[in-house]
Design a protein around this ligand. Sequence first.
Ligand code: ZN
Length: 441
Amino acid sequence: MMVTQAYRFALDPTPSQRRALASHAGAARFAWNWALATCNNRYEGEGKWWSGTELHRLWNVAKRNNPALGWWSENSKCVYQEAFRDLDRALQEFVRSRNGARKGPRLGFPRFKKRGRCRESFRFSTGAIRCGGRTVTLPRLGTISTHESTRKLARRLEKGAARILSATVSRTAHRWHVSFTVRVDRAVPTRHARPGSAVGIDLGVKTLLTAVDDQGKVIEITGPKALRAGLRKLRRLSKAHSRTQRGSANRVKAAERLARHHAQIAAMRADALHKATTSLAACYETIVVEDLHVTGMLANRRLARAVADAGLGQARRTLDYKTVWMGGRLVVADRWYPSSKTCSDCRRRKPSLTLSERTYHCDGCGLSLGRDINAARNLLSLAASGAESLNACGGDVRPGPAGHLPTKQESGAAHGVDETGTAAGLPAATWSNARKRSRSA
Ligand SMILES: [Zn+2]
């Protein structure tokens, strides 16, 4: 089965490469803004926009005739072209959203990007894009060292089992990353290795993930110790930031520290969740998770919850394709399914349950159980009840537009699944592999 997947690596650029990366990101931002202004001008007169190809032609004329744009050649020409394509796609999606042809929340009209406010990123889809064991080679930028091993992708490329479609470079806090969109030939089994097995998963803040399987075994993954310590530090840093004076140099420094720490925590969580979801997808044919609570996510302002919600979205996305690759399926519970409020034994439902109640006490049958375990058991029951009314996310992995592909993160960060976490639920073979990986990391 040919799948499109992403390989993302942290980069270790030299100071001059760092400047070149920033310059390319600036060029991409300039190209986007230039194209958007050009489209706006035409729209006012003619009521229509330019396409990506037309913009590219207009840009080629403009850059030759306008001496003020002479700096363009310092960056790869690819970067401008990709920015025009991005704007083209954004405009098309905006129209589709307005006409109701696009699912999800309504999209706004594309906006101008502001330096320091927008995401720094640019893309290559042609030219010399290569990946060695410890380096990546990009057009114009040359060979850049990576912060982690790229061996897995390099080997696939060598064997001819993978082909790079594009490379997107972006910055998160202090760190630059490259994300390759790769066409990979994957061996996908028609049947899961353990047919009939099922697991319900509840995602949380303190406990990264609580799962209950069809044998009644409980799997709790708390994540590495560094992650828990990191959450405490996050509180401290964000308080320190809010106490600095607006517009001061100290505020800029505090913001940098906070952003950097945020990125570190996100990476640790992502790594721990990736490891957990990989072993769960390998061990269970059917996996049941909650749906994202979009309105709840927008409403919440608490830091820890925001971090947890980000993890929830990530875990769902990764399970979406990992279950397919293992021959299993993902069942997503309805947004209003009361997984926390319902007693997993007698099905009696509580009218309300506060977040501080960590243990579920049932007034009907006297059940007393950890809140997350109770929720996971309720989710598991959906696997058995047949999933007609649910949104089964199995089937094929959709190749979305660039930047929205399922991410297979080859993280090299040395944060494993917590050794002290109870791992009773996972069959020995796979779990020991997961532990081995986390130890060797
Ligand atoms: Zn009960």
